[in-house]
Design a protein around this ligand. Structure first.
Ligand code: SF4
Length: 222
């Protein structure tokens, strides 16, 4: 395997001894978690994603993440599902495209809560699995992470690029090995609406929640 694709042993930035990792879902955090475990890094998972709609989808994504955390004995902090707060902040942004200002709001909100929890619970470093997905704008995510951390004295956002050194490839491999639930839209009700609209324009069926899982059989389908 080329060096570019080899998993690197990581160290936390100087001055930090543990990490609070915001997780958006099991497929995105699987590779991040395995890298941290192999590197011997002390970390906890922080699950705060009130953007996910409907609650059925939220529960499935969360349970998949809990299952994987328990398998590796990683502490899992199950934060609120305060959807009222999310919808309040999203007002007027209902028709914004993905990667636009609604997503900035959505990342800000999740990072702000992560930074608050870190400040109140003895963590000095936060990061997130959000940036590993190639569907996301990493610069947008990192800007939100840094902004949220800057509100708290002594809290830093770690902008490590989890896609590097084959991370994006292993993310898919782990998802298949673990047979994680495969979500088919980003998360909020507007992304569900827009994905369904796009699918309709392509002559495809609407998304069915809770039915699609990664598997090695996917290799045969491709
Ligand atoms: S598309 Fe995704 S990141 Fe953007 S607002 Fe919706 S859930 Fe949040």
């Amino acid at each position: 395997m080329s060096n570019k694709l080899q998993r690197q042993k990581l160290s936390l930035p100087t001055g930090h001894d543990k990490l609070l990792l915001h997780s958006c879902c099991a497929p995105c955090s699987g590779e991040v978690m395995e890298t941290l475990i192999e590197s011997g890094i002390d970390f906890s998972i922080f699950f705060y994603n009130p953007n996910i709609h409907p609650v059925k989808e939220y529960e499935i994504r969360k349970e998949e993440n809990i299952r994987f955390a328990q398998k590796h004995n990683i502490p899992f902090i199950d934060c609120d599902y305060d959807t009222d707060n999310w919808f309040e902040r999203a007002k007027g942004m209902e028709n914004e495209p993905e990667k636009g200002i609604r997503c900035t709001m959505c990342f800000d909100m999740r990072f702000e809560r992560t930074a608050l929890y870190a400040a109140e619970n003895g963590f000095s470093l936060i990061s997130s699995s959000l940036g590993i997905s190639r569907w996301k704008n990493m610069q947008q995510i990192n800007d939100c992470g840094h902004r949220s951390a800057s509100h708290y004295e002594g809290i830093r956002y770690w902008d490590y690029n989890w896609r590097k050194h084959g991370g994006a490839v292993r993310m898919l491999e782990i998802s298949k090995k673990e047979e994680f639930y495969q979500q088919e839209y980003c998360g909020c009700v507007y992304s569900l609406r827009d994905t369904n609209r796009w699918r309709k324009s392509q002559g495809r069926d609407r998304i069915k929640l809770g039915v699609k899982f990664y598997s090695n059989a996917m290799d045969d389908e491709q």
